[in-house]
Unconditional design. Structure first.
Ligand SMILES: Cc1cc2nc3c(=O)[nH]c(=O)nc-3n(C[C@H](O)[C@H](O)[C@H](O)COP(=O)(O)O)c2cc1C
Ligand code: SF4
Length: 423
């Protein structure tokens, strides 16, 4: 039985160049044509029934977000696609932008039509500059073909999509920082509430969804929310693009049905990771990027679904699956994680700006023989708790996840260098 899904990647035309003609000849834009004949409440209802959870990391139900924006009366409204993809070990939006740009854009046009939005924006990671160029050409073709611009498909609906180049900071992927950056301001998070559905881009009601989330919309409209739900888990429909990297035989982006396979399948199945390289054993895996949880071999039989992973103290996050073999020191790995957060903290709030530095100091101390005390371990936990509960945005709130979860699995490794006298 295949462990792979093909709802999105089945549409990749490997043998043919990406072009509007190929897309149209293979059923492209049929979902948009169907959507413009539907009432906007019915479109939103299909998204809700699909139980599509946001694919950017927070797993917020897309239907709820769309319903909320629909209840907000202010105009104009904006649609924003988050293609910042700054999470470490995550490269699935890149595959979409490169290989499935028309499906993504069709999803963004459907969202625009649903809310009669004024415009859409795709905020693309700065390093993906070649992709940005490709997208600009595609948007131009779509304007000429009548899918963007004035009176789309003769419906009287005017809508265009613009590309914004990301500012090169991880925090700019946080949705409110992303809107500030799009407006040309410093990319720092905003205080919430008000929610972005009420006060978003240019202070107007705004929908922000991840690239993969929008890419699922045409399939949901085509097959309907009920059918889409059946492909996945009862709590979360559809498939998930996962990014396998690290010490597996095979690495890359794979599409899997949610709720149908385990972490063991992901790491060991020949269709997916294919096992650990060079005959070594697995030590741990890190899910959802640097901000996600770390798990070890005893959790391998956990089903890969939002619900099952959460119940096991893990999470899907961005879809990153970073696999490390037996030779990797957990402390050395956590140093890299902490250095990442120190580098990426925007400095706006003290728990994150200072907490990450102090955590790294203590991890460094723990790596030295007899340097750290039991009191240092206690301080690390207090720091982790403060980061999680007192940071202003999701960056600081999730920065200690790796440490907290690694502690559960590798306590003895943390304690190995602690001196005995407790002094
Ligand atoms: C520090 C930080 C970085 C983030 N980076 C991204 C990102 O690169 N791409 C993304 O889609 N979401 C990212 N998010 C999540 C967004 O804030 C937001 O939840 C998401 O774009 C909403 O789309 P979704 O509901 O479709 O997932 C990030 C969040 C935080 C706190
Ligand atoms: S938690 Fe605070 S310092 Fe860290 S990125 Fe968010 S706002 Fe900036």
């Amino acid at each position: 039985m295949s462990k792979l899904g093909n709802l999105l990647t089945g549409n990749i035309q490997n043998s043919q160049p990406i072009s509007l003609d190929v897309y149209r000849n293979t059923g492209g834009f049929s979902a948009l044509k169907k959507a413009v004949g539907m009432d906007n409440k019915d479109i939103i209802n299909e998204v809700t029934k699909a139980k599509l959870l946001g694919r950017g990391g927070a797993a917020f139900p897309a239907g709820k977000k769309w319903e909320h924006l629909n209840r907000v009366s202010g105009t104009p409204k904006y649609i924003v696609c988050n293609a910042d993809e700054g999470e470490v070990g995550t490269f699935k939006d890149r595959l979409i932008l490169e290989k499935l740009p028309y499906t993504l854009i069709e999803g963004i046009i459907i969202a625009g039509y649903t809310f009669k939005a004024k415009a859409g924006y795709i905020y693309v990671r700065g390093e993906y500059w070649k992709i940005q160029k490709q997208l600009l050409g595609i948007l131009e073709d779509l304007r000429k073909a009548g899918f963007l611009g004035k009176n789309i498909l003769g419906t009287g609906f005017d809508y265009d999509i613009h590309i914004v180049s990301g500012a090169g900071a991880y925090v700019c992927g946080e949705n409110s920082a992303l809107l500030n950056s799009t407006e040309g301001k410093v990319g720092r998070p905003r205080i919430k509430p008000p929610r972005l559905a009420e006060v978003g881009l240019f202070l107007q009601p705004t929908l922000v969804n991840n690239t993969e989330t929008f890419t699922n919309i045409p399939a949901i409209i085509t097959i309907g929310g009920d059918e889409y739900l059946k492909i996945g888990h009862p709590d979360s429909g559809g498939t998930k693009l996962i990014c396998i990297s690290g010490h597996t035989q095979k690495r890359g982006v794979f599409e899997i049905p949610l709720g149908k396979i385990t972490l063991r399948d992901i790491i060991y199945d020949p269709q997916l990771g294919g096992g650990i390289k060079d005959g070594k054993a697995l030590k741990f895996f890190h899910l959802g990027g640097q901000s996600g949880p770390i798990g070890s071999a005893e959790l391998l039989d956990t089903i890969y679904s939002y619900t099952d992973l959460n119940n096991a103290g893990l999470s899907v996050g961005s879809g990153a699956v970073v696999v490390m073999d037996q030779t990797v020191s957990i402390l050395e790995y956590l140093k890299c994680v902490s250095e990442f957060f120190i580098h990426e903290s925007c400095g706006k709030c003290i728990p994150c700006r200072e907490g990450n530095r102090q955590l790294l100091k203590l991890i460094n101390k723990l790596s030295l023989p007899n340097a750290a005390s039991a009191a240092d371990l206690h301080t690390m936990h207090r720091l982790a708790d403060t980061l999680t509960t007192a940071s202003f945005c999701g960056l600081g709130q999730s920065a200690a996840n790796a440490f907290i979860t690694a502690w559960k699995h590798f306590k003895t490794e943390f304690e190995a260098n602690v001196r005995n006298n407790n002094g």
